[in-house]
Design a protein around this ligand. Structure first.
Ligand code: ATP
Ligand code: MG
Length: 576
């Protein structure tokens, strides 16, 4: 809650004004039944019409004043809580974008989404309600008790015996409530995850006739979320009737005791009527308090979840390390890394590339190809060994400087909703010539068509483009900034062989100074690379040029044999 409070603190000034208005309005409201008792017992009994009018007018004025004050204060409260939520959401989003890949894995994306949406909403509701009712309810409650105490101490004692019991109920319920609402939000996390996965894979689900299965899965999660919310709601809603019961019992007692006292001449009927009004006020105030506790339970549970993200330690710090005198552009020095920190996902990887050289990486699925690129981008830090760029340990390079070097196409990369031009530009304010050049290099002729070319709208994730078109736009995006380092992770797999070859030629011609790392499944995509790294289960099983590997690496030769038997045959013939 401390973290959430730092967002409330700057608004304290405004909040005090709001609370003061609320306070004054509530105090005036509290005086109304007392005024009624004065009219009834003093002036009505004596038949003083003039004073009845005067006090009646005063009552109306006070009621109107209290109403206006309440409306003004509530409007202020809405504005204040809106601002607080806006800042909170902005910072939370900023923090999420700065989380390290490891932290993101730990929180999970769906959970981050629900923290950004429904959790901030709960905090908003809490802050809003606290301002609306936080002052009003206690004043009505305590003020009501104080006024009744001064009017009729004996009757008030009846009421007071009920209060500790009510206090206990509120305390116990809200403590349990926070736990229940935390579990509800967790259920919501998995519901969002399910929805997200189903949306992403909707085509596959339909194609494999898995719709019913997915529906059943979703229903299960939905049911769980609803049940938890229901359980929490049930507990919270139980407080109202129980409080009602306790209070109404007290009310009945007051009427009975009051009747005896009026009969005995110890008090007046007007006092009893005012007393009943105060009783209703106190009852309502207690209801407000219990509602406040519901909001608080929800808001506190959500606030804690938000704070977990906001307070997540900054990983990937910039270290000050001396740079070495090296001639190579990129170097991996005995790098090992494990995601789960149990078994190494890559182990002892070594290679070095001079400026402008190309490294091809090939290997079976799950062998660590993408992991090498992630380490070079410093999405994760290696457990052992070092990654150097220009002789500098990449942990000593500021992120801005580091990321400015790269043009990347990730495996299964995605496009944003927007025009093709916007996707290629990616907020870098490049010139139309640069866009056109990049599109040409990426063999994306289809965007050059005058009508609808660059301005063609892409749907979110690029669902309205073909696989090959998507890859070409992604390639154009990576190439447009003329990066120093180009990373392509399986990004020409949807291109036909001819286009793939044209792409390689364009890269060689136009990006001669760019160091390239190309992950591919096809040997043809990397056979001309200066170095080829063959991976298996995170380890290097071959390193060299295509020719060298054909002689020395059986695994590589096997892949080549399957993919281009003629080439292998020709080579054998030449040797024979
Ligand atoms: P592919 O050809 O299928 O893309 P790859 O060679 O790129 O495979 P990597 O993505 O580098 O494989 O994964 C290497 C290993 O690390 C795999 O065993 C994978 O299960 C594991 N792995 C990858 N990403 C994560 C992650 N975020 N958390 C935990 N384990 C991961
Ligand atoms: Mg991969």
């Amino acid at each position: 809650m401390k973290t959430i409070f730092t967002y409330i603190r700057p608004k304290m000034g405004q909040m005090s004004v709001q609370l003061l208005i609320k306070f004054s309005g509530t105090v005036v409201e509290l005086l109304l039944p007392w005024m009624l008792s004065v009219i009834l017992d003093t002036y009505a009994a004596a038949g003083n019409r003039k004073m009845i009018w005067v006090w009646g007018g005063l009552m109306t004025l006070c009621a109107a004043g209290a109403l206006v004050g309440n409306v003004v204060a509530n409007r202020m409260a809405t504005r204040i809580s809106r601002d607080i939520t806006k800042n909170l959401r902005r910072d939370l989003f900023a923090k999420i974008t700065q989380l390290s890949a490891g932290q993101e894995d730990a929180f999970t994306t769906p959970s981050l989404i629900s923290r950004l949406t429904s959790d901030t909403y709960n905090v908003h509701q809490m802050v809003d309600r606290m301002q609306r009712l936080g002052v009003r309810a206690p004043i009505l409650l305590l003020g009501g008790v104080a006024v009744t105490l001064s009017m009729e101490p004996v009757l008030t004692l009846v009421l007071l015996t009920a209060l500790p019991l009510l206090g206990m109920i509120v305390f116990l319920v809200s403590r349990k409530g926070i736990r229940l609402y935390t579990r509800t939000q967790q259920a919501l996390d998995s519901l969002i995850r399910r929805a997200q996965e189903s949306m992403a894979g909707i085509r596959v689900i339909q194609a494999l006739s898995k719709t019913e299965y997915e529906k059943a899965q979703f229903d299960g999660d939905n049911q769980r979320a609803v049940q938890r919310e229901y359980k929490a709601g049930l507990l919270m809603n139980l407080t109202n009737p129980v409080m009602n019961l306790v209070l109404n019992t007290g009310l009945t007692l007051v009427v009975v005791v009051g009747a005896f006292r009026v009969n005995a001449g110890a008090t007046q009927p007007g006092t009893i009527i005012a007393f009943l009004s105060y009783f209703t006020i106190i009852l309502n105030a207690l209801m407000m308090v219990s509602r406040l506790f519901v909001m608080y339970s929800k808001g506190a549970a959500s606030g804690r979840r938000i704070a977990e993200v906001l307070d997540a330690p900054k990983e990937m710090n910039i270290l000050s390390l001396p740079s070495k005198d090296r001639t190579c552009h990129i170097e991996f020095d005995r790098v090992s890394f494990s995601y789960a920190k149990n078994k190494n996902d890559i182990e002892g990887i070594c290679f070095s590339l001079k400026k402008g050289e190309t490294l091809g990486i090939i290997g079976p699925t799950g062998s660590g190809k993408s992991t090498i690129l992630r380490l070079l981008l410093r999405l994760y830090d290696p457990d052992k060994g070092t990654v150097y760029i220009d002789g500098k340990d990449i942990r000593s390079i500021p992120p801005k400087e580091l990321y400015a070097m790269f043009g990347v196409v990730f495996q299964n990369d995605f496009l944003h909703a927007g025009s093709i031009r916007e996707n290629i530009d990616f907020g870098r304010n490049l010139t139309p010539q640069q866009h056109a050049r990049a599109a040409q290099m990426a063999q994306a002729e289809f965007v050059q068509i005058p009508i609808n070319g660059f301005d063609r709208q892409i749907a979110s994730r690029g669902t309205n483009l073909s696989g090959g078109q998507k890859q070409r736009v992604l390639l154009a995006r990576a190439l447009a900034g003329h990066p120093k380092i180009l990373l392509l992770d399986d990004s020409s797999s949807a291109l036909d062989y001819k286009t793939d070859a044209a792409l390689r030629r364009a890269l060689a011609d136009e990006l001669g100074g760019t160091t390239k790392i190309i992950v591919a499944q096809r040997i043809s995509s990397i056979r001309h690379a200066d170095h080829i790294l063959v991976l298996e289960e995170g380890r290097e099983i071959g390193y060299g040029t295509h020719e060298q590997l054909m002689d020395t690496c059986p695994a590589y030769r096997e892949i080549a044999q399957v993919q281009m038997p003629e080439a292998v045959l020709q080579k054998k013939e030449r040797q024979g």
